[in-house]
Design a protein around this ligand. Structure first.
Ligand SMILES: Nc1ncnc2c1ncn2[C@@H]1O[C@H](COP(=O)(O)OP(=O)(O)O)[C@@H](O)[C@H]1O
Ligand SMILES: [Mg+2]
Length: 289
């Protein structure tokens, strides 16, 4: 079997771990920098060209595409899928998960628990959206934000209106969400591979911060997965069509709520917090299918 890990550098922790895991499983694995690739297509021929040469075919790929490169990354993933490579996370699924609004709609439609969320045409009143989710405080979120950037806690209606006006003036897309205060700056990351949760951790925000992202200085500890939450996480990944996913949940007064489903979840935080070989689980899953 020939495997490609689509990543900008083999020096990145996750890429390095996946490559090493593949080699331990005796799989021929290559790191392909999708930024260096272009696609070529005619009626009867599709190609991916890397550094001047067409890539030979792969049986499977593991995409590691950050939000900043969704378009280029998904272009290459899609082309390789058309060329016969299987991917735990296909291009469509990655695109679906990157759009927080679409993901909330699809998760809600599947009957999965999500925080009350509202969106309207930007010309409409922000007040209505804030009322829809139960009134201030609310979280205003950029639909394509990541690493906690563009997730803003607005204590009052006036603050929410000002934030929304600023985003509108920059032509950004946003949603308004109920602030789950009782989560107290903690969220849970369930790492899903195939039909199972392979590892789970709690992330806790720094004092004075409500966003628990590691990039915002959040701290991590491994936890034993709760069976109900694990079942929700697996269903969330399935709903979005992801075979590998970092599913983020908040514990609210009304039970667990899904915040986000990440299609290129980092391995460093979860492996170090839990001591679990997540890279091996991913590689074995991809090799089995
Ligand atoms: N509705 C909310 N209520 C309480 N905390 C929230 C809410 N939405 C987000 N957060 C906090 O902010 C963090 C970042 O939000 P998230 O939606 O995951 O965006 P990003 O893609 O930037 O990580 C979450 O991990 C969580 O700690
Ligand atoms: Mg997040």
């Amino acid at each position: 079997m020939r495997l490609a890990i689509l990543s900008q550098s083999r020096r990145l922790y996750s890429t390095h771990r996946l490559l090493a895991a593949a080699r331990r499983e005796r799989i021929e694995a290559h790191v392909v920098d999708y930024l260096e690739c272009r696609v070529r297509m005619t009626t009867d021929r599709l190609e991916v060209v890397s550094r001047g040469k067409p890539l030979s075919s792969f049986d499977a790929i593991i995409p590691r595409v950050p939000s900043s490169e969704t378009a280029q990354g998904c272009m290459i993933v899609r082309q390789l899928e058309h060329l016969g490579a299987r991917s735990p996370n296909g291009a469509d699924a990655i695109e679906r998960s990157r759009d927080k609004l679409r993901a909330m709609q699809d998760l809600g439609a599947a009957g999965l628990p999500i925080p009350p969320t509202a969106v309207a045409h930007p010309a409409r009143e922000t007040r209505d959206l804030v009322e829809d989710v139960g009134g201030a405080p609310v979280v205003v979120k950029l639909i394509e934000g990541t690493q906690g950037v563009g997730v803003i806690l607005c204590e009052t209606l006036q603050a929410a209106e000002a934030v929304v006006d600023a985003i509108r003036s920059l032509r950004g897309r946003y949603l308004v969400q109920r602030f789950i205060a009782e989560a107290r700056g903690s969220d849970l990351r369930y790492f899903v591979v195939g039909d199972t949760v392979v590892a789970a951790m709690r992330r806790t925000a720094q004092p004075g911060e409500f966003r628990s992202n590691l990039h915002r200085g959040g701290e991590v500890e491994g936890i034993a997965p709760d069976p109900d939450e694990a079942a929700i996480a697996v269903r969330a990944a399935k709903t979005l069509g992801l075979g590998v996913a970092g599913v983020d949940l908040l514990r609210s007064e009304d039970g667990p709520m899904l915040l986000e489903v990440n299609s290129s979840p980092g391995l460093e935080g979860i492996e170090k917090a839990t001591g679990i070989d997540v890279a091996r689980a991913i590689v074995r899953h991809v090799a089995q299918r």
